[in-house]
Design a protein around this ligand. Structure first.
Ligand SMILES: Nc1ncnc2c1ncn2[C@@H]1O[C@H](COP(=O)(O)OP(=O)(O)OP(=O)(O)O)[C@@H](O)[C@H]1O
Length: 264
């Protein structure tokens, strides 16, 4: 056993140890996207990865998801390598754009991971019904994606990501294409879903207020190269309600997170 595996505690869901990523761009130029990023995410925690464009947020999420391999460092996901976690579907993932299949109904979209993971067919109906109920779309199962608003499409994406009951939900700027009213409603829905399901959530955003409202802790990334410049504890009470956004303690926390950026 090496030192990092000895340090992992039973509370840890995701552990990163000195993770670095250098891309080989066109023309042989290398781009240092991440350097020496180390931190742990606990089981059941809501973590945001926050930073300006180009600081490596998506790169870090893709490394956790085993969509790319880091060039240096080690990563553990659900007590295993990212590759095993991906193969055993320990996480579900939601992207900025909903990436639903237009020719499949809402139900058939949610069913897709059940087909891929060979979940027994008799279980499908109950699972899909409960996912639709969880995201507040029970009356829309037979609709097609183009018949839904952007916010509803992202709810379907969340339902699909959670259909096989993964431990972890990875979200890459899932609400950034939505208008402010819809986004705030989705924040409340996501917190309710998180409370009901106890998932570990890793949420990528460049929106400081969004990270403060949702998270237990905010990991602040700074660019050139992307590095972890601060981890801010969010000590605001839960459950969080819309009124919190008006309160002085919320504005103080947003200012604290803003002040923790280096070199931006
Ligand atoms: N496939 C790639 N090849 C070369 N460089 C890349 C590649 N993917 C990302 N990069 C570079 O790595 C750095 C980090 O990119 P990344 O997309 O992770 O940042 P980000 O913080 O998620 O940005 P944004 O908020 O704009 O999505 C950037 O400089 C980007 O140009």
């Amino acid at each position: 056993m090496n030192s990092i595996t000895e340090r992992i505690s039973s509370k840890d869901e995701i552990v990163m140890d000195k993770v670095g990523m250098t891309y080989q761009a066109d023309g042989g130029k290398s781009v240092a996207a991440l350097s020496e990023v180390s931190f742990s995410i606990h089981k059941g925690e809501f973590i945001s990865l926050l930073g300006p464009s180009g600081c490596g947020k998506t790169t870090l999420l893709r490394i956790i998801a085993d969509l790319i391999k880091p060039t240096t460092g080690k990563v553990f996901v659900a007590g295993d390598t990212p590759e095993s976690a991906r193969k055993s579907r320990k996480y579900g993932i939601v992207f900025q754009n909903s990436v639903l299949y237009d020719w499949r109904s809402v139900r058939a979209n949610i069913q897709l991971p059940l087909e891929v993971m060979r979940v027994p067919k008799p279980e499908w109906k109950e699972r899909i019904d409960s996912m639709l109920e969880l995201v507040g779309l029970s009356d829309f199962g037979s609709h097609y994606p183009h018949q839904l608003s952007g916010g509803m499409q992202q709810r379907v994406s969340i339902a699909r990501a959670l259909a096989i009951n993964p431990e972890i939900l990875l979200m890459d700027e899932p609400f950034s294409a939505l208008d402010e009213f819809t986004r705030e409603k989705l924040h409340e829905d996501l917190l309710r879903i998180w409370r009901r399901t106890n998932k570990t959530i890793v949420f990528v955003t460049h929106n400081i207020a969004e990270s403060a409202y949702l998270s237990d802790r905010v990991c602040v990334l700074s660019p050139h190269p992307g590095r972890l410049s601060a981890v801010v504890d969010v000590d605001l009470p839960r459950p969080r309600t819309a009124e919190l956004r008006q309160k002085p303690e919320f504005h103080a926390l947003v200012a604290k997170i803003r002040n923790s950026f280096e070199g931006v």
